[in-house]
Design a protein around this ligand. Structure first.
Ligand code: ADP
Ligand code: MG
Length: 240
């Protein structure tokens, strides 16, 4: 089973004539170590997809499995624990706490999960080191560029062995150089075994993903596989 699976997931908001079908029969699997990009027009259901995949909202129909566990069987507390320990979120507007340094922002989720402050800060520093942000550790968010803030937010999302990274337009507010740096960091997290789903409007960045999923009116309309490398064709030939 993939690390994240959505089986026939639908989400309806409201009722009567105000009803909105934000997702309709969505199936999606994301393996550990792989990156799926989600594209689609505004209102097509991209954020809803991430919210439901991350257990922040329940689907109206269908089931979400994270690490083989059906989310519908988890209690409120069980879901909260899953989010604290296994799922990292990244938003377009970084959501760093202004009163905390980069290091404290990254160590906070560990401390909230009961890790002692000293140990949490050690682990957080390693996460910042991994992403080349060591020299920003003591900076506060308003002393960082937008790109650096987002990279700190990604370090916070992956710290402590989280396995699922959900990023909603993480590069939406960045210039192309910083957007690429953010995407590279997400790819690095995947190479270390995370499963990642990234919403982006940038086809160039989406092409870095293992798979691109298109949403339209809450339905998946296309899943483009990346072009196969020449070796892949040779592998099927005898004696190759
Ligand atoms: P996207 O991220 O692709 O722009 P969303 O997932 O945010 O799309 O929204 C999909 C649809 O669901 C839209 O029509 C939006 O208005 C609606 N929607 C999203 N969240 C809510 C909500 N909490 N209550 C009512 N409607 C919502
Ligand atoms: Mg959105």
């Amino acid at each position: 089973m993939s690390y994240l699976e959505l089986h026939d997931v639908s989400k309806t908001y409201g009722d009567g004539i105000a009803q909105v079908h934000a997702l309709q029969g969505v199936a999606l699997s994301v393996d550990a170590g792989s990156l799926v990009a989600v594209m689609g027009a505004s209102g097509s259901g991209k954020s809803t997809l991430l919210t439901i995949a991350g257990s922040l909202e329940d689907p109206t129909r269908g089931e979400v499995f994270v690490d083989g566990r059906p989310l519908s069987t988890l209690s409120r507390n069980g879901k909260a624990r899953l989010r604290r320990q296994s799922i990292g979120y990244v938003f377009q507007d970084y959501n760093l706490l202004a009163g905390l340094s980069a290091l404290e922002n990254v160590s906070l989720p560990l401390e909230l999960d009961g890790v002692a402050a000293r140990k949490a800060q050690g682990v957080a520093l390693e996460a910042l080191e991994d992403f080349g942000l060591t020299d920003r550790a003591s900076h506060f968010p308003d002393q960082l560029s937008g790109g650096e803030r987002q990279r700190v937010a990604i370090a916070r999302a992956v710290v402590g062995g989280r396995r699922l990274l959900l990023a909603d337009e993480p590069s939406g507010a960045l210039d192309s150089t910083n957007a690429e740096a953010v995407m590279r960091q997400i790819l690095a997290a995947c190479h270390r075994g995370m499963a990642a789903v990234v919403v982006t409007h940038d086809a160039q960045l989406a092409s870095w993903a293992d798979r691109v999923v298109f949403l339209r009116d809450g339905r998946i309309v296309d899943q483009t596989m990346p072009a196969q490398r020449p070796e892949a064709f040779l592998a099927d030939l005898p004696n190759a």
